[in-house]
Design a binder for this molecule. Structure first.
Ligand code: ADP
Length: 188
């Protein structure tokens, strides 16, 4: 199995690159952001609770997203592997993911971290906000909170995967194709 964590701040291009990577390596894409937005649209109980947190740029509780990932792993037992996009976002999530995968006799191969400067992130997110319809892309204060949340809660995971010898950083500025090539070079 090939299990990748695609990592980086909001607006780093994780979703775009995931689309290319799942095709090349025949992987299942697990984006907690996409799953949560699906719950919001379907107006499930979970979605109704998550919406306010997401719209403010705050994280949804760990147990909620860990449960979602567990369900998706169960639903895709015969997958070639997974791309985790937007998950894990906290140390508790990373530990839970390791446990879920090891229970299934597998593990994370690489964490690929897209590096993009803050100024570029803000520009990209505001541009996306014009047609994404995402409330969290439309407002500069919310974007700033998402970047702060990333720095406070999510960036420490760099160390977590570095200690496991699984961390690689990737220059995230360039054309979509250039960045894709940089990623595939590392994955092999
Ligand atoms: P981005 O990376 O562009 O901010 P995502 O689609 O990954 O966008 O996430 C959107 C929002 O969904 C986050 O701001 C957060 O509220 C929620 N979310 C997504 N993934 C997680 C996660 N793993 N843990 C907690 N909250 C999450």
């Amino acid at each position: 199995m090939l299990n990748l964590v695609l990592f980086g701040p909001p607006g780093a291009g994780k979703g775009t690159q995931s689309t290319n990577l799942i095709e090349k390596y025949n992987l299942v894409h697990l984006s907690t952001g996409d799953i949560l937005r699906g719950e919001v649209t379907a107006q499930t109980e979970l979605g109704l609770k998550a919406k306010a947190l997401m719209d403010a740029g705050n994280l949804v509780p760990d147990e909620v997203v860990i449960g979602m990932i567990n369900n998706k792993l169960e639903e895709n037992k015969n997958a070639n592997g997974f791309i985790f996009d937007g998950f894990p976002r906290t140390t508790a999530q990373a530990e839970a993911l390791d446990k879920l995968l090891s229970d299934k006799g597998t593990s994370i191969n690489h964490m690929l971290a897209l590096q993009v400067p803050d100024g570029e992130l803000i520009k990209r997110l505001l541009l996306r906000g014009k047609d994404s319809g995402r409330a969290d892309d439309a407002n500069e204060e919310v974007i700033a909170n998402r970047i702060k949340t990333y720095n406070d809660k999510t960036a420490p995971l760099i160390n977590y995967y570095q200690n496991l010898g699984k961390y690689t950083d990737i220059e995230g500025v360039g054309t979509v194709n250039e960045i894709f090539e940089r990623l595939t070079e590392v994955i092999g």
